[in-house]
Design a protein around this ligand. Structure first.
Ligand SMILES: [Zn+2]
Length: 549
């Protein structure tokens, strides 16, 4: 028994059998019926969507003994000859291997002779974009003054590579990629005829991997049948095609939801070790996030999703955990990753890095909120982190009255008892940063030199940070924090570059009397341009977030 691959065995032989290109079939059959067949057609579109098949059917339809008719009989000698590729008046040329000018000239020579027996001489040139420039030029003359009863049928997957001069002399048709549904339907038909048992999910997975190409899907089907035999199950299909199953995908998104980077990395490595295609997985993940988004946006998500493939309940549950912003940002990252992976030999690492990025994505802050934050910071007032209590109205920094400063505890008379600085300093730091988040950065640059009942001495590594903390408003903030935590008033002293206990550097204090030193620092700050990195860091401190690129 001769085995014939599905793509050939099930190749449509009539226009009525062609799937998914109704707009083209209609135009062509009308042209035949009205005897207005053009002398040159150009069929463009992705591979395996029926371009060459359509060309052959058209060749049959115009040469059929019982025609020309909108549908070839598919039985007469001409139809049979064309079907088997033996018709001398219908030549099929592969543009990729016959692309020289000599071959184009030879072809044009033969065009001059009339068709031997058929009505029309038909030249089907596949992958026509591969022709050389001079071959195109030779062809152009013939297209300008075509001999009677000659029809050129060009097919290409890359329309953009066809010269304008050729395009303008052809009727151009764009073939659409086939939908999953159309492909699944055809695969079902083939399986039915071949006596293969297949569940819906496995056919769906094959169709998806075929990415709109019927020929690819049929080749994949052959591959799966060779592996599974007469009974096809989604598990084995996933193995053959190297795709990740729905269950694994859902679990992966669970890790993402928990922002569990370690488990995410472990999953990626497991998927890769199983021999699955990370590129497919990247696309599947993007589609999965898209499905979650549909669930979030729509009251009737089942109308927007293929419920045979998605588990709606799981999606609905996961949708709760993600913000629309996050899903869109994640999608953008994955879309970029997908194309980067294709071009790189470091595909797995690129994918891992992107997944870590996904785990770090947070919802965008609303621009109005940001502006409010900036204004609040500039005005020198600060809401207590996470507290819904009354906001302090913006007051100029220089004269904050005691009463308006926010303290966690009511101010009490300064207590005289001493307490150890260690653990208190941690709480004071927290208190300070909660009041003004930029202190996270300031305090990372400083050390406590002394902390007793009436004095707090901080040493800074650079004059810039020191100058910023030197601001009376900031000094007051530190004092208030100490008061709030330890319930005592202290004088805050700031020192520059002070080695522990060395006492060599000059001491700065919050005392306004020390004007000379203040001026020095101020002019240092004003004269110093911030580096880009510092500006970015400032922005991060104000808005939070991470640097993506
Ligand atoms: Zn016929």
């Amino acid at each position: 028994m001769d085995f014939q691959v599905s793509a050939r065995k099930w190749r449509p032989q009539k226009f009525s059998e062609l799937i998914g290109q109704e707009h083209i079939v209609r135009t062509l059959t009308n042209a035949i019926e009205l005897d207005r067949v053009s002398h040159a057609y150009l069929f463009s579109g992705t591979r395996g969507v029926g371009k060459t098949t359509t060309a052959r059917i058209l060749a049959k339809a115009i040469n059929c003994e019982k025609g020309p008719s909108p549908e070839p009989c598919d039985q007469c000698d001409f139809c049979e000859e064309i079907k088997s590729g033996n018709c001398i008046d219908v030549r099929e040329i592969d543009g990729a291997s016959n692309n020289s000018v000599a071959e184009a000239r030879e072809l044009i020579e033969t065009i001059q002779y009339a068709a031997s027996a058929s009505r029309y001489k038909v030249y089907i040139i596949d992958e026509v974009h591969m022709l050389s420039k001079s071959a195109f030029n030779a062809l152009l003359k013939t297209l300008e003054e075509p001999p009677p009863k000659v029809v050129f049928l060009f097919a290409t997957t890359e329309l953009s590579k066809i010269p304008e001069t050729i395009l303008s002399r052809c009727q151009c048709f764009e073939f659409k990629p086939l939908s999953h549904k159309q492909i699944v339907k055809q695969l079902e038909l083939i399986c039915g005829q071949e006596g293969i048992q297949a569940d819906g999910l496995s056919l769906e997975e094959i169709a998806k991997t075929g990415a709109g190409s019927m020929r690819d899907a049929q080749s994949l089907l052959d591959q799966v049948i060779a592996y599974c035999g007469k009974k096809m199950e989604s598990g084995s299909v996933e193995e053959v095609l190297g795709i990740v199953g729905k269950q694994t995908l859902a679990e992966f998104v669970e890790h993402l939801r928990k922002r569990d980077s370690a488990s995410l990395m472990a999953s990626v490595q497991e998927i890769a070790a199983d021999g699955k295609d990370l590129n497919f997985f990247c696309c599947d993940l993007a589609e999965y996030l898209r499905n979650i988004l549909m669930v979030k946006l729509s009251d009737k998500p089942e109308t927007l999703l293929d419920t045979q493939v998605c588990n709606l309940e799981v999606l609905q549950d996961q949708a709760e955990a993600f913000h629309v912003d996050e899903l869109q940002q994640m999608f953008t990252v994955l879309a970029r990753t997908e194309s980067e992976m294709k071009r790189s030999s470091l595909a797995q690492i690129i994918f891992e890095m992107s997944i870590l990025r996904l785990a770090d994505i947070r919802p965008f802050q609303h621009i109005d909120d940001m502006i409010k934050t900036i204004n609040t910071l500039e005005a020198g007032t600060f809401p207590l982190a996470g507290e819904a209590g009354p906001m302090v109205s913006p007051v100029k920094s220089s004269n904050i009255p005691e009463a308006t400063t926010v303290t966690a505890e009511p101010a009490a008379a300064p207590a005289k008892q001493s307490s150890s600085p260690g653990p208190d300093w941690g709480r004071i730091q927290q208190e300070i940063c909660a009041r003004k988040s930029i202190f996270n950065m300031y305090l990372s640059q400083c050390r406590v030199i002394a902390f007793d009942e009436s004095n707090l001495s901080l040493s800074f590594q650079d004059a810039n940070t020191l100058g910023l903390v030197q601001d009376p408003e900031n000094l007051q903030l530190v004092k208030d924090a100490v008061k709030s935590v330890c319930n005592r008033e202290v004088t805050v002293k700031l020192l520059l570059n002070e080695k522990a206990g060395a006492g060599t550097a000059s001491a700065y204090s919050g005392n306004p009397a020390n004007n000379e030193e203040k001026k020095k620092i101020k002019s240092y700050n004003e004269n110093r341009q911030k580096t880009e990195a510092e500006i970015i860091q400032d922005a991060l401190d104000v808005f939070g977030g991470i640097v993506l690129r």
